[in-house]
Design a protein around this ligand. Sequence first.
Ligand code: FES
Ligand SMILES: [Fe+2]
Length: 389
Amino acid sequence: MSDILEAEPEVNGLTQVKPTLPSNWYFDPAQYHRELRNIWYRNWIYLCRSETLDAPLAFRTFEIGDQNVLLVRDENGALNAFHNTCRHRGAVLKTEPSGRLQARAITCPYHAWTYKLTGELARMPSKLCAPDFSKADHGLYKIALAEWNGFVFINLDENAGPFDAAPDRDDSAPVDNWPLADLRVGHSVRKLLACNWKVFWENYNECLHCAHAHPELSDIVPIYSRGLLSQRDDPNWRAQGDTTDPKLKGGLKIGAETWSMDGRALPYTFPKLTEAERAAGQTYFTKLPSMYMVAHIDYVRIVHMRPLGPEQTELTAEWLFPAETLNDPAFDLPKAVEFADLVMRQDVALCELNQKGLHSLRHRTGTLMPEEYLVHKLHNWVRSQLDES
Ligand code: FES
Ligand SMILES: [Fe+2]
């Protein structure tokens, strides 16, 4: 449900019938590998919040497609990302999802080649060494890494350009007034979804399903109950004049302040938001292909995904709060997260339902409705990424 990607057209909405992507793009192994190669192994991918590696020697591992990434905080406090692969004969170095190294070194469990936390090969147990063997040529395979406002991104492309030069780097403005770097992860949920990664993104990019699938969300964001994301999705929006009715204009229902069961915000709200940002109720920021965030006046939720197979996707949601909230003895965490958690569970069920039906021998492609203009935009993005020329 992103309204960020669209520049201000007169009216949103598709004016022609557009097909979806071919159904087999959602389960065909060859297509899946094509997308890994062209999308997931070329773009900047969100991994985690920097604070989750809280001290030197902390490490985490991540799977993206068939690649395994090792993220380590070195003795100087810097983060380094490597392929989780030993340079000797290719064994995986760390198998745990997270932990703390016992020493200032990474030692391969197979033949004990040992690397510095910055990746250089430090020693091997061999008694013999060929004269032309060079330690300097056998450091860990380094992965490009960037930290942005406490978010850790990597790029598996060996020739990745700088993060700041990525084509989508100029779109941070929607969340510039949120103190993202200072926020802390208060809660996270991880799920394995039985669907292709694109199915979840499609669900995020439309609200046609909202009225019946998200009654609670449609109550708090009334325009969603009409299957619309914003006022200009309605061809008759001009006739609505300066309406303040949230069912037409968008934003939260009268009296609501945030996404929560009762619509009330937490006591501490972000001080630098504009009036418009406070009134909007939710601000979206999207970074394809791995993450989006929904920023409210009192908390921010990150949703990120990584493909694990043609029909398996790892989905993680992280709720970020300011320290003032987390330190408040009266803070009720389960209450603060239950609304968005419910919405996400509703979406996950739909995505898995969607995936199952795509296997029909007869369903070679689907058809988009005008309200699904952002799904069409997403499909065009996928197609453009797959251009291998
Ligand atoms: S494979 Fe790692 S030391 Fe042999
Ligand atoms: Fe949804």
